[in-house]
Design a binder for this molecule. Structure first.
Ligand SMILES: [Zn+2]
Length: 129
């Protein structure tokens, strides 16, 4: 099962707004620290998701920070595919729904404030294993 969404592009983003709101009432594009915390020690019975978040940053993210992400969180990684200031954050999380896995991943960006000051999420994907 794959769930995808693109934000800020046409009517579809309105339709998706409710679907892409986590149980804490946060839109996934904003991220959710509660979802992030919940995924740190998840119920092993919950399904495992591969979540992908594309985001832009107003400033380049230092290579050192990108490498540090790998150390901090077991399956989390930030890559810079090709376009300047466009980044790809990938990670695995256990959650009841895909929206929570994505909110968790963006929550990681919130936790990284200081190294990643600002970001704008424009596309997400959650794939259930
Ligand atoms: Zn949440």
């Amino acid at each position: 099962m794959v769930e995808t969404a693109t934000f800020g592009a046409g009517d579809r983003s309105h339709h998706d707004a409710a679907h892409w709101t986590c149980p804490h009432g946060r839109h996934v594009g904003q991220g959710c620290v509660a979802c992030y915390d919940a995924a740190v020690e998840p119920d092993p019975a919950l399904p495992l998701w591969a979540a992908v978040v594309w985001f832009t940053s107003p400033r380049p993210i230092p290579i050192k920070v990108l490498h540090d992400v790998h150390r901090h969180d077991r399956h989390f990684a930030i890559d810079q595919p090709s376009t300047p200031l466009v980044f790809l954050l990938t990670g695995q999380a256990r959650a009841a729904q895909g929206v929570e896995a994505v909110a968790c991943l963006v929550g990681f960006l919130l936790q990284s404030r200081g190294t990643i000051d600002d970001f704008t999420v424009f596309e997400v994907r959650a794939t259930r294993f």
